[in-house]
Design a protein around this ligand. Structure first.
Ligand code: BJ8
Length: 427
């Protein structure tokens, strides 16, 4: 049967979605998905589950969330990996990533917000005010944070439309900031307890930690399979899975990623690579690529190279570190904080660990070159590109800097630049 992103106008109406507009967007998304994903040859069988998830992105998963709400479960819309989803899951809630990756709603946001801010924030805000994101319609509240200026100031405006809770994320990583973050994690726990009517105890929290650790471990395993010479999966497909990690049910998702990994290991053992010839391997580092932002992956892979790692929050920053299991509530909460302190977003200063991580991941991924990707107007990532470039020069790593937004306008120019970069790598 022909792939289609499914529609459920009755459900959409019930949750306040702009049905006409989402119906049109669904058609565009269906077409884009067919072109970008379903046209890939010798795709792993295990990708069928993720195709299904995309087909049900505005229906099946939304229905599940609505039913969960009817059972009294809390649904949190999050914008950053520092929001402790382990606590949400421990209190039987659902945590959904709301970052926007589409140009379609940027003009909506620009009617209110300044144009000169990050497209990820504008896209998400636009989704909310134009009522075309069913997830934004079903979350009980939004959990934002004080990472970058674009986000933290937008929360004040977003709060006029939907309740927006803000968690303070300190910009340094000393003991003082560890204590501050601990207090913020406790405050978030209390907020969730009050909303869910449940009390967090060590048993519940340990269960939440194990569920999310399992999801992260499955993603680690998937990513490690890209380190083989035989490449069993495209970068585009892995990026899609990393995006789906933010809104699928965590246990079901982990099972499906594990099944896919079994299949990929089998492919590797049989020498069935995705590419017949040995392609150039590219690592991406930088700002997150939220669904459906496949722009750079599409350009690189259409030019015959393959992406083998995303050092990004929709990528390794999300799953590289696990929460250590502890046997009492306070220690377990500290363990959540300690995992967060290992996530090296560009908002931190100083940030030597991030540079070390990038180099470490680069070596592991056996990449031939690094593309540093920053969304336009993302000051922290744009400035940090200077240090990443210096480190790459020091290490003899070929480096390309790309700054882009979600509009299709610069695709031709990016293609030319990536093609020239790949040519230099081919020598
Ligand atoms: S931990 S990367 S998820 S903040 S791209 S909105 S930083 S202006 S997304 Fe992020 Fe948390 Fe950091 Fe990760 Fe601002 Fe930059 Fe936009 Fe960004």
């Amino acid at each position: 049967m022909e792939f289609q992103v499914k529609a459920d106008p009755e459900l959409w109406q019930r949750i306040g979605v702009d049905v006409t507009r989402l119906s049109k967007m669904r058609e565009i998304l269906s077409q884009m998905y067919k072109t970008l994903f379903l046209n890939q040859e010798i795709r792993p069988e295990g990708m069928k589950y993720f195709d299904e998830i995309v087909a049900n992105i505005h229906t099946g998963r939304i229905k599940e969330i609505v039913e969960a709400k009817e059972e009294g479960r809390v649904v949190v819309g999050a914008f950053c990996v520092y929001i402790p989803e382990e606590i949400v899951v421990a209190l039987d809630g659902i945590c959904i990533g709301l970052c926007g990756g589409s140009q379609a709603t940027v003009p909506d946001a620009e009617r209110i917000l300044p144009r000169s801010i990050c497209p990820l924030v504008k896209s998400a805000y636009g989704f909310r005010i134009s009522r075309v994101c069913p997830y934004f319609q079903v979350v009980d509240f939004v959990a934002g944070e004080t990472t970058c200026d674009s986000k933290k100031k937008t929360w004040e405006i977003l709060n006029q439309d939907i309740e927006t809770y803000v968690m303070e994320i300190p910009p340094m990583k000393r003991e003082t900031e560890r204590e501050l973050l601990f207090k913020e994690v406790v405050r978030f726990k209390e907020e969730l307890e009050q909303r869910s009517g449940m009390k967090l105890d060590e048993e519940r929290l340990l269960k939440g930690v194990r569920i999310i650790n399992r999801k992260r471990k499955a993603l680690q395993r998937l990513n490690s399979l890209r380190q083989h010479d035989v490449l069993p999966i495209s970068g585009k497909d892995v990026l899609l899975i990393e995006q789906i990690a933010y809104y699928d049910d965590p246990e079901r998702f982990a099972t499906k990623v594990e099944e896919l990994c079994d299949e990929l290991e089998d492919r590797i053992a049989k020498g069935i690579g995705y590419w017949e010839k040995k392609p150039l391997r590219i690592m991406i580092s930088g700002t997150p690529m939220a669904f459906p932002n496949f722009k750079l992956h599409n350009i690189v892979e259409n030019l015959g190279a393959i992406i083998v790692n995303e050092e990004s929050c929709i990528g390794t920053r999300y799953f590289n570190d696990l929460v250590e299991e502890k046997n009492n509530l306070t220690d377990q909460l500290y363990a959540i904080v300690d995992r967060s302190m290992k996530v090296h977003c560009a908002i931190f200063t100083p940030n030597e660990e991030r540079i070390e991580r990038i180099l470490e991941e680069y070596k592991k991924s056996k990449a031939d070159g690094l593309i540093y990707y920053s969304l336009t107007f993302c000051q922290t990532y744009l400035i940090e590109a200077v240090k990443v470039k210096q480190a790459c020069e020091r290490e003899g790593i070929p480096f390309l800097m790309i700054e882009s937004d979600y509009s299709p306008e610069d695709v031709g120019q990016l293609q030319t630049r990536v093609e020239a970069f790949l040519e230099t790598l081919r020598g």
